[in-house]
Design a protein around this ligand. Structure first.
Ligand SMILES: Nc1ncnc2c1ncn2[C@@H]1O[C@H](COP(=O)(O)OP(=O)(O)O)[C@@H](O)[C@H]1O
Ligand SMILES: N[C@@H](CC(=O)OP(=O)(O)O)C(=O)O
Length: 575
C-alpha cells in the first residue's frame, strides 16, 4: 500500500490503530513525497500529518479513504486512512464544473447546463453555480432603492419583481416545486423591508442580500437534476466550511477552508453519493459567522478552492465565450481564443482587469497544481483554454491584451528633502497609511509614477476627498501631478521577448499618433503595462491586436529611443 503525500509533511510516526499500544510501525520505505507500507498493513492506519495540502487530495491520488478525526483549525491533524480500494472511492468526485450567471440566464439555459453536466459519463463533478443572469446586480440595486423608498413601497421595487418573476418562472418551466425557492423569496422581501426601516445598507447586509441569488439558483438546479433522476445535493458554501476573513464584499479565503470542505463534501459522498451543487461566491466570516462574498465574479474562486480542497484532477470554468480570448470581445470583436496559458499569465490577466476570471481565482489552482479549463457553455465543442503551471513558450510572444479604463495616475517628483531610500519609503508609507492600493509603478531615483484604480471592483472606491488627502501628504516631500482619465493596457505574454513586444507595440502606437505616458514591466515577467489616455485606449487595443494577432509579419522594424530602464529594473518612459 502506498500513499503519495504530495505536499503534506509527515510529522511523526505511524501506528497501526488496530493495536494502538503496539510500538510505532514505520513504513517500509519513506521519503517526503511517498510512503510505502508493508503489504500486510491493510487495516486502518493512523497518520499524524501536518496540513500542507488537503489530505483528501492524497486520498484521491492513492485511492484511500481519509477522514478527519479532529477539528479543522489545528495544524496537526490525526488522520485515519483506511485501505479501501472500494468502488465508491474509485468512483469519487472527478472535477469541478463552474457555471457563471451568463450560462444560467433562463430555464432553457439551466436545461442545457444540466445536459452538459450529465453528458460526460465518466465525470462525477462538483458543480459550482453563480446567480442566474443579472440577479446579483438587480439585488444590489433593489437594496439601494430600499434605503430610500420607504417600508410600504419595498414590494413595488422593480428589481424585486424581476427577481421573483425570473426564479418562479424558471422553477415553473423546469417543472419543479415552487417551495424550493418560495421561502427565500419571502425572506428577501423581508430583508428589503428591514433595509428600508434602517435606511442603511451596510457591507454586511449587502453580502446577505446578494447571497439570495446563488442560494436560489443552486436550489433550482439541484431540484431539476433530481427530477431528471440524477441524484444531486444542494450545498450553501457558508455551511460547508468556506471560511473567510470578515471583509464583507471582498473576503479572502482562509486556510481552514480546505480541510473543512474536503471533510464535508468527501464525507457526504462516501456516505451517500450525490452530485454536489454548491453556491459560488459565498463564504462565512470566521469571526462574525455572517455570510461573506469573495468579490464580484467570485464563483471562479469558489471553484478553484473546492478543486484544491478535494485534490481533483481538473477544474472547469464554463463561460459564454470560447475560453480566454486575446482581448475583451466587447472592445474588439476580432478577439480569438488563447489555447494555453500559465497560472501566472492568467492571474496577471485577471488582476489587470480581464473580466473573464476572478483576480484571486488562480491561487488555489496554482497551489494545488490543478489544471483549469475555461470552456464555453454555449459552444461546448470548442476546445477552450487550458491553464497550467508551465507551457511551451518557445513560440510565444504575446498572449492577450487587457484594457483597464478610468485609472488615476500620479507623477511624484522628489523635492530632494529626503535621500533616495527615504523618498521611496515615505511615498509608499503614505499609501499604506491611507489604505490605498497602487497598480502600476515606475520609479527613478527622484521620481515615481504610479496608478491608482478607482474602479477596482474588488476594493473600495476612491473618492475625490481621499485623493486630495494623498496629494496633500505627498506634497510635503514632492511635486505632485494628479492625472485622471488614464487607461492601463497590459500586454500579457512572454516577457523573455520584451524587446520584440516593445518594438512592435511602440511602432503601432507611434503610427497611430498615441503618446505612451508610462510603461512598467512587473517582476512577474509576464506583463508589460502601458498607460495612455482613456480617449485613445480602445483604438490602441484594436491596433495592437491587429498587429500582434492578425498580421503574419513578425517584427522586422526597430523603434528608436523613448524608453529606458529605471534603477529598480522597471522600464519607464515619460512624455
Ligand atoms: N480576455 C477575455 N477573454 C474572454 N472574455 C473576456 C475577456 N475580457 C473580458 N471578457 C468578458 O468576460 C465575459 C465572461 O466572464 P463573466 O461574465 O464573468 O462570465 P460568467 O458570469 O459566466 O462567469 C465574456 O462574456 C467577455 O465579455
Ligand atoms: N453572482 C456573483 C458571483 C459570480 O461569480 O458571478 P459570475 O460567475 O456570473 O461572474 C457576481 O455576479 O459577481
Amino acid at each position: 500500500m502506498a500513499i503519495s503525500l504530495q505536499s503534506c509533511n509527515v510529522r511523526s510516526a505511524f501506528q497501526n490503530s488496530s493495536n494502538s499500544t503496539s510500538p510505532h510501525q514505520l513504513p517500509s520505505s519513506f521519503n517526503s513525497q511517498r510512503l510505502t507500507f508493508p503489504k500486510s498493513c491493510s487495516s486502518t492506519l493512523k497518520l499524524h500529518l501536518t496540513w500542507g495540502a488537503s489530505v483528501a487530495a492524497c486520498a484521491r491520488r492513492s485511492r484511500l479513504q481519509v477522514s478527519c478525526n479532529k477539528g479543522v483549525d489545528g495544524l496537526v491533524q490525526e488522520e485515519e486512512c483506511e485501505n479501501r480500494e472500494s468502488n465508491e472511492v474509485d468512483k469519487g468526485l472527478t472535477c469541478v464544473m463552474k457555471f457563471g450567471g451568463s450560462s444560467l440566464a433562463s430555464a432553457e439555459r439551466m436545461r442545457e447546463v444540466a445536459d452538459l453536466v450529465c453528458s460526460f459519463p465518466d465525470e462525477r463533478p462538483v458543480v459550482v453555480l453563480s446567480a442566474m443572469g443579472k440577479t446579483t446586480n438587480k439585488l444590489l440595486l433593489a437594496g439601494e432603492k430600499a434605503v430610500s423608498c420607504g417600508v410600504s413601497n419595498t414590494s413595488e421595487i422593480d428589481e424585486l419583481g424581476f427577481i421573483k418573476h425570473l426564479h418562479t418562472r424558471t422553477a415553473e418551466e423546469l417543472g419543479i416545486d415552487q417551495s424550493v425557492i418560495s421561502g427565500h423569496l419571502t425572506e428577501l422581501e423581508q430583508l428589503l423591508k428591514g433595509i428600508a426601516m434602517m435606511k442603511e445598507l451596510t457591507l454586511r447586509t449587502k453580502d446577505y442580500l446578494v447571497s439570495f441569488g446563488e442560494c436560489m439558483s443552486t436550489r433550482i438546479f439541484a431540484a431539476y437534476l433530481n427530477k431528471l433522476g440524477v441524484k444531486a445535493r444542494q450545498y450553501d458554501a457558508f455551511d460547508i466550511g468556506i471560511i473567510t476573513t470578515d471583509d464583507f464584499t471582498n473576503a479572502d479565503i482562509l486556510e481552514a477552508t480546505y480541510p473543512a470542505v474536503a471533510k464535508c463534501l468527501h464525507g457526504d459522498w462516501i456516505k451517500d453519493p450525490a452530485m454536489p451543487i454548491v453556491t459560488g461566491f459565498l463564504g462565512k466570516g470566521w469571526k462574525s459567522s455572517a455570510i461573506t462574498t469573495l468579490g464580484r465574479g467570485g464563483s471562479d474562486l469558489t471553484a478553484t478552492t473546492i478543486g484544491k480542497a478535494l485534490g481533483l484532477p481538473e477544474i472547469q470554468v464554463w463561460k459564454d465565450v470560447d475560453g480566454v480570448l486575446t482581448c475583451d470581445p466587447s472592445i474588439y470583436s476580432g478577439a480569438k481564443p488563447v489555447p494555453y496559458l500559465t497560472f501566472d499569465e492568467a492571474a496577471e490577466l485577471a488582476y489587470f482587469g480581464a473580466q473573464v476570471l476572478h483576480p484571486q481565482s488562480m491561487r488555489p489552482a496554482r497551489e494545488g497544481d490543478i489544471p483549469v479549463r475555461v470552456k464555453n457553455s454555449y459552444n461546448p465543442k470548442a476546445p477552450g483554454t487550458l491553464i497550467t503551471k508551465t507551457r511551451d513558450m518557445t513560440e510565444a510572444i504575446l498572449t492577450s491584451i487587457v484594457l483597464k479604463r478610468n485609472v488615476t495616475m500620479l507623477d511624484i517628483v522628489s523635492t530632494r528633502m529626503l535621500g533616495q531610500f527615504g523618498f521611496l519609503a515615505k511615498v509608499f508609507s503614505i499609501f499604506e497609511e491611507l489604505g490605498i492600493s497602487v497598480d502600476v509603478v515606475a520609479t527613478s531615483e527622484v521620481s515615481i509614477s504610479l496608478t491608482l484604480d478607482p474602479s477596482k471592483f474588488w476594493s473600495r472606491e476612491l473618492i475625490q476627498q481621499e485623493l486630495d488627502h494623498v496629494v496633500e501628504e505627498l506634497e510635503k516631500i514632492a511635486v505632485v501631478n494628479l492625472l485622471h482619465g488614464r487607461s492601463i493596457i497590459s500586454l500579457i505574454g512572454n516577457v523573455q521577448r520584451s524587446s520584440l513586444i516593445l518594438e512592435k507595440a511602440f511602432n503601432v502606437l507611434r503610427s497611430n499618433g498615441v503618446n505612451v505616458q508610462m510603461i512598467s514591466q512587473g517582476a512577474s515577467k509576464v506583463n508589460i503595462s502601458l498607460i495612455v489616455n482613456d480617449s485613445e485606449a480602445e483604438k490602441c487595443v484594436k491596433a495592437l491586436h491587429q498587429s500582434f494577432f492578425e498580421s503574419s509579419e513578425s517584427s522586422d522594424f526597430i523603434l528608436g529611443g523613448g524608453y529606458g530602464k529605471a534603477s529598480n529594473g522597471a522600464l519607464q518612459h515619460h512624455t
